[in-house]
Design a protein around this ligand. Structure first.
Ligand SMILES: [Zn+2]
Length: 478
């Protein structure tokens, strides 16, 4: 007798080299973990019955998706910072608004971002942001998903100006306090909530902290066996700062101080040259690419294929923030990652659909250092599973033998709204497209009100900054 049996699905186990398809498959779940996976007759007939059954006829059954890099609290700023030059994005659009996001509003934003992710199949969020306790308590633990979190460690002084061409001022007291905060977060939350929460260290970026602090964080990560979540080679402002301070590129600087290594999750990497991507790959750094966000903010393609081609250990996809990407939907992220990388390389064979699905699942989990636990459907792993309804015009026809179109259809046609059931650690948190653990309408209403409050308070500063977007709004163009 098992707790839950999922039967008759097209199971993508993500084991082996590809998607590991099992037709007419069943999965038995016991005590929150996957007990057995296989053909219906191998699992359903021999497991001795189940407390509960889910009929997955006509559905894909696959691991929950991994959104490896998200600033969930910024979901309130959806659609409020795009179509501006990269140099304006932070200073003239995000900053004047973000300044008015108080802690209550931030939690409402996080709830909105997480809800959107869950409804489109995400079960593991790599959330990067300050004051994470409330987000964990009031958002992730309530919804019941998995979160890998850290708080930002930087030492930007409050006296530091916003001009990218003048060196930022560092304050070692600020660095000390932020490092302490991240360590406290780790002590409080690492492996909490039945292991659904894991923590890492969050050194912000090479231009935002001293060499001494970077190396301290690296040593602590090594000593405590923690991963580091780090914005790496973000180009633009970072590039200017690092050249001013050290007279070289970010990657060369970090390599010289011996910061690059297998404990590092490097987010973005679009500022790295091909040679530098090779260095990143050789040092064992894991890459998180956020293709939609970097396309919208920088007009650059996240170099996921180039990193992997250079021998990179593993890569993941991230949705970043809603004032960049505009959404936290890993199905759209998968398609955009594939399309942009094919265009960047002028080669339609790069990042095929089956590989993209792996980046969003098993390789995403590997990148966050959580592959032992999640990312594929295998006995012993946590039962983090989504069911995708294939009975849709845009997912028809469904062909599995000998011609197969399941993986391309999921990556190039699915929109995320086809996810009907979501299971995390064996618990059904979404059924028939409805999240069972929280009130969806309340989250939307709260976020709406919070966003209205933030924008009305920020109105004067937002328009005074005279970004291109603000001017377009003034002229009534959008
Ligand atoms: Zn980020």
């Amino acid at each position: 007798m098992v707790d839950l049996l999922i039967e008759n699905g097209h199971i993508l186990t993500m084991t082996g080299r590809g998607v590991g398809l099992i037709e007419n498959g069943s999965i038995a779940i016991e005590a929150g973990k996957i007990a057995r996976v296989g053909k219906w007759h191998e699992v359903s007939r021999t497991c001795g019955g189940s407390e509960r059954k889910i009929d997955a006829t006509g559905k894909v059954v696959m691991p929950g998706l991994v959104d490896a890099h998200i600033h969930s609290r910024l979901a309130l700023l959806r659609g409020e910072a795009q179509d501006v030059p990269e140099t304006e994005w932070m200073i003239k659009t995000v900053a004047p608004l973000a300044k008015y996001i108080d802690e209550d509003s931030a939690v409402k934003g996080s709830a909105l971002g997480a809800l959107e992710g869950v409804k489109s199949g995400t079960t593991l969020f790599g959330d990067y942001g300050p004051n994470m306790d409330r987000t964990l308590r009031e958002v992730y633990s309530q919804i019941g998903v998995r979160a890998n979190v850290c708080s930002p460690i930087n030492e930007i002084s409050s006296l530091s100006g916003q001009d990218a061409n003048k060196l930022y001022e560092f304050d070692s007291n600020v660095g000390e306090q932020k490092l302490k905060e991240n360590l406290r977060l780790t002590q409080t939350w690492h492996n909490a909530l039945d292991g659904r929460v894991t923590c890492c260290l969050g050194p912000h970026a090479a231009d935002m902290m001293s060499t001494e602090l970077l190396l301290r964080v690296r040593d602590i990560a090594e000593e405590k066996g923690l991963m580091m979540h780090f914005h790496l080679a973000q180009g633009g402002r970072e590039n200017t700062q690092i050249r001013l301070r050290y007279g070289k590129s970010t990657v060369r600087y970090l390599d010289e101080i011996d910061f690059l290594g297998p404990k590092l999750m490097g987010v973005h990497c679009h500022g790295a040259s091909m040679d530098e991507l090779r260095i990143i790959a050789e040092r064992g750094v894991r890459m998180i690419g956020c293709p939609s966000s970097i396309a919208l903010i920088d007009g650059i393609v996240s170099p996921l294929h180039a990193y992997l081609e250079a021998g990179g250990r593993s890569a993941a996809l991230g949705s970043d923030q809603a004032c960049g990407n505009n959404c936290h939907n890993m199905f759209s992220e998968m398609k955009i990652a594939a399309l942009l990388n094919k265009v960047r390389e002028n080669d339609p064979t790069v990042l095929p659909s089956w590989r993209i699905l792996r980046l969003a699942t098993v390789e995403g989990a590997e990148t966050l250092g959580l592959r032992e636990k999640v990312g594929s459907l295998e006995p012993g792993k946590e039962a983090d599973i989504i069911l995708v309804d294939l009975k849709k015009p845009h997912l028809t026809p469904l062909l599995s033998r000998p011609v197969r179109n399941l993986a391309p259809n999921l990556v190039y046609s699915a929109r995320g709204s086809e996810v009907v059931t979501t299971i995390v650690g064996g618990q059904i948190i979404m059924d028939q497209g409805k999240v069972l653990t929280v009130e969806e309408d309340r989250i939307l209403e709260d976020a709406q009100r919070a966003a209205e409050r933030v924008t009305s308070r920020a109105e004067k500063e937002f328009f005074a900054a005279r970004s291109r977007l603000a001017q377009d709004m003034r002229e009534g163009l959008l």
